[in-house]
Design a protein around this ligand. Structure first.
Ligand SMILES: [Zn+2]
Length: 69
């Protein structure tokens, strides 16, 4: 299973603990990461840590370590 899905806003960063997967954040190749917490949007760059609200798994996203496309 591919961990990411593309949509019109960027690449979906998800936890696959459930179906449908839990969306953690959306990011793009420029390094911009958009995360929604309750009703607010937060913007991070290059690296983000997030805890899945459903299973509690801690995830680390580091875009700089991702293969260049
Ligand atoms: Zn999860």
């Amino acid at each position: 299973m591919q961990p990411y899905e593309h949509d019109d806003r960027g690449i979906r960063w998800v936890c696959d603990c459930s179906n449908p997967p839990v969306l953690l954040a959306i990011y793009d190749q420029s390094g911009r990461i958009e995360i929604k917490v309750r009703d607010r949007y937060y913007i991070a760059h290059d690296e983000l840590q997030a805890t899945c609200p459903r299973c509690g798994t801690r995830h680390v996203l580091n875009i700089r370590q991702s293969p260049a496309l």
